[in-house]
Design a protein. Sequence first.
Length: 134
Amino acid sequence: EAQSYYEKALATWSALALAHNNLGVLLASEGDFDGAEHHLLKAGELDPRHFLASLTLANIYAVTGREAEALVLLDRIVASMPRLEAATKGRDRVRRRLDDPGAAPLALEPTVRYLPGTLDAYILLDLRAPESDG
């Protein structure tokens, strides 16, 4: 149901980066990583400063075996936003995974956060190490 609302919003406002981001997160949470990637890349194309799309895309890359691509995005985000905990923790988890290929696969956990000083919510997929440092 939520997917249809985002699709309707995008039919009206196709240049709405936040809607592309949230639809990408929704698709990823349903296991449609290809569809998610499409919308997250589109969000980043529409608004290159949209760090949420890049962060979520990096997390998807990390759980789908594309850790090197994830690390490139996470390094870029941390360089511009060094205090963003989701990016620094995600980068550390990806680095540990690259250092130890036998480690348990990483997992995604959907969260809803609010933009400071606004009533706007955004959806993010946080990168988690399963059952360890959640």
